[in-house]
Design a protein around this ligand. Structure first.
Ligand SMILES: Nc1ncnc2c1ncn2[C@@H]1O[C@H](COP(=O)(O)OP(=O)(O)OP(=O)(O)O)[C@@H](O)[C@H]1O
Ligand SMILES: [Mg+2]
Length: 215
């Protein structure tokens, strides 16, 4: 298990570190331009689940809101850094993770700034896009996804991309979402139910992701 650290990585000097760009294991980005769709919930649940499976995941939180880093500090046991643009150190010095990390989970903010999107796409090996399934949510995804698929950095690196239908109530269905995804040849990776507290650690997501992450 990694030494627990905080957002300012104060024990950084105790471990051999690699930069996020040089890390060769899977770097999994949780992203959606829309707010409140479950990005941080899924990022932190993934950390929890990967650790429970015996892996040594690390978190990089690109959202100044800091929800994932707050969670990591509260739960301990994870290497966690945030990407604070106010810090003036070189990126290669800031975004470093322990060499023994198994997976990097990257959380990201809503309303993505184009420069941040460029950087996220340089790092991501796989992208998870949580969405809710209401017409309003699907239409918002409909504006974001095509621009992502046409983004030059997405097209040059071709990360895996999977969509997660989150907060599914018993009566909700994914018909509209799937009709939208089909022509884009995108997979609906998992359906997560509405759960008190938001954590979905026993959901089918994990079975889907285990296979999907083994690339
Ligand atoms: N499957 C779920 N069941 C019930 N509540 C959920 C579920 N997923 C997320 N939530 C709740 O929805 C709210 C928003 O979730 P979360 O903060 O993860 O979204 P986000 O996309 O990271 O938001 P932001 O864009 O502000 O960063 C939280 O209160 C969270 O607990
Ligand atoms: Mg968030």
């Amino acid at each position: 298990m990694l030494a627990p650290v905080t957002a300012n990585a104060r024990t950084a000097s105790a471990l051999p570190l690699v930069s996020l760009s040089a890390f060769t294991g899977p770097r999994l980005l949780v992203m959606n331009n829309k707010g409140g769709v479950g990005k941080s919930t899924i990022a932190t649940t993934l950390l929890h689940q990967l650790e429970a499976d015996g892996h040594t995941p690390a978190l990089v939180d690109f959202d100044p809101q800091g929800s994932s880093i707050d969670w990591a500090e509260e739960h301990g046991g994870f290497w966690a850094v945030n990407d604070d643009p106010r810090r003036e150190r070189l990126e290669s010095m800031r975004l470093r993770i322990p060499a023994g990390t198994s997976h990097v989970i990257m959380d990201s903010p809503a309303n993505l700034d184009p420069l941040l999107l460029n950087r996220l796409l340089d790092y991501a090996d796989a992208i998870l896009i949580p969405t809710q399934v209401s017409p309003m949510d699907v239409r918002a995804l409909g504006r974001f996804l095509p621009s992502l698929l046409l983004h030059p950095r997405y097209r040059s690196r071709k990360p895996q991309l999977g969509v997660i239908a989150n907060r599914m109530s018993a009566e909700a269905n994914t018909d509209l979402l799937e009709r939208f995804l089909a022509p884009l040849r995108l997979n609906l990776l998992a359906r997560l139910p509405e759960r008190p507290g938001g954590q979905c650690s026993d959901a089918p997501l994990w079975d889907a992701l285990r296979g999907w992450l083994r690339h």
